[in-house]
Structures are given as structure tokens and as C-alpha cells.
Design a protein around this ligand. Sequence first.
Ligand code: PFF
Length: 453
Amino acid sequence: MTDTKKSIHGEWSSRFAFILAATGSAVGLGNIWKFPYITGENGGGAFVLVYLLCVVFIGVPIMIAETMMGRRGRQSPINTMETLAAEAEADTNWHYLGWMGVAAGFLILSYYSVIAGWASAYVFKAFFGSFSGADAAEIKGLFDNFVASPVQLIFWHTLFMLATMLIVARGVKSGLERAVRFLMPGLFVLMILLVGYAMTTGAYDQGLKFLFNPDFSKITGDSVLTAMGHAFFTLSLGMGAIMVYGSYLPKDVSIAKTAFLIAGSDTVVALLAGIAIFPIVFANGLEVGSGPGLIFQTLPIAFGNMTGGWLFGILFFVMLVFAALTSSISLIEPAVAWLVENKGLSREQACVWSGLATWLLGLGTVFSFNIWSDFKVFDRSIFHLVDYLTANLMLPIGGFGIAMFAGWVMKQRHSEQELQMSSAEGYQLWKFLVCYIAPAAVFLVFLNVVGVI
Ligand code: PFF
């Protein structure tokens, strides 16, 4: 089947283009904004360790499975699941897995765009010198005033959604390859620079200790779930983003090697962000658990007080916005691909409708930081609820389904043929991980959270 079939939406020009796009999807707000603040909220080292274990034993095998399934199905995740289920002579209800992914993509993008909007606003704050010479209290005041204004948040959220839809409408390939090509090295250099600043704060050791000294007394069932959910989130797994990117992948590319490379770079960026941020937190007596505002309350202190900080501040937030853009386009791509395939819409029309829906949903997140901040469902604000629902529940459930499908439902000869691993042991190891380890781990964590074990 796959020998002749190509996606109607086009194909990456090379393996490198796919690596860039998939890394672009993986590296984003999850690494630089979310990883530090959830690490802070969940006590540091032990949480980081669980997250790293999840990346290696659950994330990488599922990334291989998702890419492989996408490339074999060659369509949007919903249709890919249907085609692959038919090929395996299994129940076509598997396509509901694709539907859940589309729903998760909408929900994640709805708040992702709001936070990326914050980063966009901070480009201008950096440019106009708002951080210059400011202390921790002033930087916190700046942030608190900003998020208290629904009008400002809506403005930036709207701009970011428009940018996302514009890029998606033009097709995944054009523009994207170039953006990621300079973004990744640029981001890397800036992160190293910030780590350099962190070393001068006097609290560098304390920051490192917090990140890498596991204190298991701080870990709860819920924090293990958050660490596992974050492994899915940061690698863009469990909702079809990597599957749809896999569907544009040329046939001769080694999927396993590519997955290692993507997961590796993603992890390095997250750890660098943590190493840069926590020393600043401790040196300024800030609260490690200050939540979603953490990077906006720490990094500007560095930019406001280091030599060349004005320029680095602008560059950093510009790069953060780009990193968010290369992720946001992958969040909406499964829905857009499906609308084009099944509803006969053009890419542009599909973008308008899905963009509008996401924008509306995003208002819930905007208001949860100001006028609706007291409105709680299950003790959570709308933003926290959407985040919990997607990262902690939908992505792990989606990943579980993908692992089960690749391991148990797909015929071995098909997955073998698609993966074409250079060693038989490599294939066996992957198969073992997707058949047993990844699904069992997800299942056990869920059982633990609901109190069964
Ligand atoms: N991996 C992205 C990040 O870390 O920012 C977020 C993301 C993108 C999650 C795409 C899920 C997804 F499908």
C-alpha cells in the first residue's frame, strides 16, 4: 500500500525537513514555559527524574509508533486510523482515537495561543526597556498588571492565532523549514547565554540541586501523572501531531534514529531552561511554585540587569514566539488535514473555521487570569482545567491507544516493513516497549491517581 501512496497534502523535501518540523513541533512553550513551572510546583529533582524516565521508556517508543503509523496511513490521523484498522482487519472504531486527538489539539491550542500571546507582548516590553534595572518586585508587578487586562490578552491571543492560521493556510512546508532552521540554533545559543547569567547569580548550585537532587518525599501520584503527561506534551505525542507530520514523510527515512534525535534535542532545551531559571528564582527569593507566570517573572530580571540584556531580551522572546508558532501549527494540522480530506474545504477555509473555534475557546483561558479568576470547576480555573484534561488525561490515553495499536493490532510484517530498522534487536526492543512497558506504565499511573493502587 505505502509504496505508491503519497499524502494529498504534499511531502517533506527530505529527512532533514521532517526533523526540523517535528523538532519545531516538540520544542515550544512546553520546554521553556511549562517545564520549569511544573517542576517548581512539583518539588524539583524527583519530578525531573520521572519525566526523563517517561521520555525514554514511553515517549521515544510512542514517537516511533506514531510516526510509523502516519507514514503508513498517509492521511489525517482520523482517516489514517481508519485505513490502518481496515488493513489490520480490526474494528474501525479505532478512528475515534483520531477524533480525540483533534479535540485535544483544539483545546491545547486554545490556551497555548494565549501564553504565546504573553511572549509576544514581552517582545515589546523588552524593546521599550520595561525590564531595564528592574528588581524582582517590579518585574512581578509588570506581569500581574499585564495578565489582569483581558483586553491586552485578547489582543495578543488574536494576533498569535492569526499568525498560526496564516502559516497553516500556506501549507506546512513553505516558510516552516526556513523558520526552524535558524530558530533552533538561535534558541540554543540564547539558552546557554542565560545559563551563563544564572552562574553569576550566586544561587547556581542551589538551582542545580533543586533540579537534579531527587527528593522522593515530594512526589505524589498526581505529580507522577503530571510528569508523564508532560512527557507526552513536550514531545507532541498522543494527539496525532507527529502522526500527521509522519504522513508527509518520504518512504526511505529511518524513523527510529529520527525519533531519538528529536526527543534528545527537546530534552536538552527543557533542561537548559530549568538550569537558567531556578538560580534566578533562588537568588531573588522568588517562589518556586509561582505557576504559569514563572518565566515571565524571572527571565526579565536577568535581561534587565545583564550587559546586552536589552538585545538578548528582545531576541529571547522573539525566539520563544517562533518556537511556539512551530508547535501551534502542528496542533491544528490534524484538524485542518481532516477538513480538507473529508469536507472538501480548501486549506484556507479549513484554517478560518478551525482558527475561529480555537480563538473562541481561548477566551476561557484569557478570562481565567482576570475576570473569571474565581470561577473554578473541580477546584481548577478554566486554564488549569483545560491543561489538566489535555496533558494529564487525553494525551496519555491517546498515547496508550497508539502504543496498543502499533504493538498489538498492526500486523508485525507491516510495522517491520515500515520501520526497516537496521537491527532485529532494535525492532524487538521497540516492540517490547510499545506492547508492554508504555501501556502498562500509563495504566499504572492512572490506577494510582484514581486510588486503586
Ligand atoms: N510540544 C509542544 C511544546 O512542548 O510546546 C506542545 C505540543 C505541540 C503539544 C503539539 C502537543 C502537540 F501535539
